[in-house]
Design a protein around this ligand. Structure first.
Ligand code: ADP
Ligand code: ZN
Length: 732
């Protein structure tokens, strides 16, 4: 690509979207559009596919034609283009006649840079004829996998898109999809008739998503624990059946969560209402079947929970991938039980084509394997799509976060589990054997005389889900297999070796899910209270403008605002996601909101911290080290007696973060003399406040002091005061 083309793309990216650089492969993908080279671009959800054709569309003459399968997707994209000041429109069956005439007028007058259109609409002869004279610059096919019957979302009308090559001989065709299998990829190229095509395939890893798997033992309780980690955040809970959607939504509502259901059994109207409530953030949680999600571009979905196992890894990648499109951290949890596979089996029973059924069954067992395996989840997901991860520790799955600890003596434990299977004559399943090992006096166990076995009660101190899970682990590692209609456990030759002490399994202990820590990295330096304030502002603007809140500003933009707290337009333009149009339209209200808040709370403005979001988009690789490892750096500087501000500057961290480390440092060394960091006068002020309102929480102190002292300093004084108190108590 010419230097000049590259820099005009980059200039447009910055001017319209307020983004400082390209995501991986975007530059290459855009360059193919600029040079009229047919292409197929495969990037995961959230990879930034839309920009791959939107930026070139405004950087070229003429109007780009975008084929898109869903009206809601089109509308969302057009709204979002308008919000950054690009002229775009869509043609679909839901429009009024007047509306259609308006759009036709815009096309005739060459006013549009992008036109979104549904395939069935585009393929009408009069539409093609009309558009042939409209100066089409290129054709982009969004969700290109819809053309393939091997994909997860086949749409027959996509099949006819093959005629585009003949209808618009001068325009290159570009397909975009997140579906990565080789088979689908080949099919897309073939069906579109673009044989000489450049194919770009990105990394399928989504490093900002935390993956976890739990065996489902107490569905609602487990859901509740996960949801508690995401108070006030948007997310999706997927169930297999409509019935479970309704009952799960009801149960969660009874527990005080606010959820709405979504499934194909509801009326169109009811579904639309619930979907809109989710998009507009009137409700945070939607409980849904897979019918939900395809038309959802909401970028700030912070969690996706599968309350039941999805039907394939491809589906899982797609559905869980709806979390964290904005590149910020998000959590994907999967709750599974053995019977989920049977449910899918049952749902596939009417599939006539044996080849399709077999593919379906294989997909279910691959999914099952993922659930019970004891390896990095990210690694497994990308492997399924023929890729591998560079780093060994992804730092973002239950396995790599050490939420599953290796047991101390896996051989002995494995032998206990296997010998129980052997003593029972290999005629019982995992659930039953678990009961025996846990010393159950169940009727069947007594009848079978299994309470007399030497293995009875051998693991009576272990929780049931844990023992059951160890059987899964042994199964997935080939020490056991399941046979017959009742899935009886049978020891394999490898299992025999284990019994003889000639082989060792890898057995992990699962920890309770609420110990799971959400990744905090991308909140670094963000004032959470200001973030909430800005979120309120965003909602008000969204109602005014009648677009979803995430189209006004992404979460990443709000965090960056609450981190840097700009006081003027100069700083505002450096914020992630604020281009010319947004600055013109919302700059004044944003600056006003921030200024008011910062003054009221005595918080500094114009803090120049590099945002973690920007760092990531610039392709910085993630460190696999936990963040605690940097505390040494802080401690060294504290030892030198550097002020809070100096440490913050030197380490490029927010004051608040530095004060937390200083707090830890003081506690670790039992230091109560903090004159080096806080003036005696300020200490006295805070101590007086403590004597009035106590020191359990910082907020009352902050309020008592009428915001004269910032939270960072209050925290330090409180900690020093507590250390002082405990020293006094020790002396007495
Ligand atoms: P996809 O269609 O691949 O799922 P999108 O095009 O919807 O992804 O992009 C996901 C999010 O990432 C959007 O909010 C988009 O604005 C943002 N984004 C895309 N490209 C960039 C970039 N170069 N820098 C920062 N954010 C980006
Ligand atoms: Zn991992």
């Amino acid at each position: 690509m010419h230097e000049s083309t590259a820099s005009s793309l980059l200039a447009n990216l910055k001017q319209y979207w307020g983004y400082p650089g390209f995501r991986p492969l975007q530059r290459e993908a855009m360059s193919l559009v600029m040079s009229d080279r047919d292409s197929l671009v495969v990037l995961p959800t959230g990879g930034g596919k839309s920009l791959c054709y939107q930026v070139p569309a405004i950087s070229r003459d003429g109007m780009a034609l975008i084929v898109s399968p869903l009206i809601s997707l089109m509308k969302d994209q057009v709204d979002s283009l308008h919000s950054v000041g690009v002229s775009a429109a869509c043609i679909n069956s839901m429009q009024t006649a007047q509306n259609k005439r308006d759009v036709a007028g815009q096309i005739r007058r060459h006013e549009l840079k992008l036109l979104y259109i549904a395939p069935e609409r585009l393929l009408q002869p009069q539409t093609i004829e009309f558009l042939q004279g409209a100066g089409v610059s290129f054709i982009a096919i969004d969700e290109a996998h819809c053309i393939s019957q091997w994909g997860h979302d086949f749409r027959p009308e996509y099949r006819q898109l093959r005629c585009l090559k003949t209808a618009f001989p001068g325009a290159a065709v570009h397909g975009y999809t997140a579906t990565a299998t080789e088979q689908v990829r080949k099919d897309i190229v073939e069906q579109l008739g673009i044989a000489d095509v450049e194919i770009l395939v990105g990394s399928f890893d989504r490093p900002n998503l935390q993956y976890r798997v739990e065996r489902r033992t107490d569905p609602i309780g487990q859901l509740q624990r996960i949801l508690q980690r995401h108070k006030g955040e948007s997310g999706i809970v997927y169930c297999i059946s409509r019935k479970n959607v309704d009952s799960t939504s009801d149960s969660l509502n009874r527990l005080g969560f606010k959820t709405l259901p979504y499934h194909a059994g509801m009326s169109d109207e009811g579904r639309r209402k619930n979907q809109d409530a989710f998009i507009d953030e009137d409700v945070n949680i939607i409980v849904a079947t897979v019918a939900f999600g395809m038309g959802i571009d909401k970028s700030n979905v912070r969690f996706v929970i599968h309350a039941e196992m999805p039907r394939s890894l491809e589906n899982y990648q797609q559905e869980s991938g709806r979390a964290g499109r904005d590149g910020l951290e998000a959590e994907c949890c999967l709750l599974y039980a053995a019977k989920d596979a049977d449910t899918w089996e049952y749902l596939m029973k009417d599939t006539e084509d044996p080849a399709v059924r077999q593919t379906g069954q294989r997909a279910v067992s691959a999914m099952q394997q993922y659930c019970v395996s004891t390896r990095c989840r990210h690694q497994q997901l990308v492997e399924h799509f023929g890729q591998t991860l560079q780093h060994e520790n992804c730092g973002a799955c239950d396995f790599c976060l050490n939420e599953m600890q290796p047991v101390e003596d896996p051989s002995i434990l494995g032998q206990k589990l296997l010998s129980c299977v052997v003593r029972q004559g290999e005629r019982f399943g995992a659930a039953y054997t678990t009961q025996v090992l846990r010393g159950s006096k169940g009727k069947r166990i007594i009848e079978n005389g299994h309470d007399k076995l030497s293995t009875w009660g051998l693991l009576k101190d272990e929780p049931e889900p844990q023992v059951r899970n160890w059987f899964d682990q042994l199964l997935s590692q080939g020490f056991l297999r399941q046979v017959g209609e009742y899935n009886c456990l049978e020891v394999t030759p490898l299992g025999r070796q284990l019994l003889k002490g000639q082989a060792t399994p890898m057995l992990l202990r699962m920890q309770v899910a609420d110990s799971a820590q959400p990744v905090e990295d991308q909140w670094e330096g963000v004032d959470r209270n200001l973030f909430d304030e800005l979120r309120g502002m965003r909602n008000r603007l969204a109602v005014q403008k009648q677009v979803p809140p995430y189209i006004i500003f992404s979460d990443a933009t709000l965090r960056d605002l609450a981190r840097q707290r700009p006081s003027n337009v100069g700083v505002l333009t450096r914020i992630h996601g604020i281009g010319t149009q947004k600055q013109k339209e919302f700059g004044a209200v944003v600056l006003h909101t921030i200024k008011e808040w910062c003054h009221a709370h005595n918080v500094a403005m114009n803090i120049e911290t590099p945002s973690p979001v920007l760092a990531r988009s610039a392709g910085k690789s993630r460190s696999s080290q936990p963040r605690e490892s940097t505390s040494g750096e802080y401690y060294d500087l504290f030892e030198q007696g550097l002020s809070l501000e100096d440490v913050a500057n030197q380490l490029d961290r927010a004051l608040d973060t530095v004060s937390k480390y200083l707090g830890e440092y003081l506690k670790a060394h039992q230091i109560s003399d903090i004159d080096a960091w806080i003036t005696p006068k300020l200490q006295k002020l805070v101590q007086q406040a403590i004597s009035k309102v106590g020191c359990e929480r910082l907020k009352p102190i902050f309020e008592h002091l009428e915001s004269q002292v910032d939270y960072a300093r209050i925290r330090i004084v409180v900690i020093a005061w507590e250390i002082e108190q405990s020293n006094v108590a020790d002396d007495e």
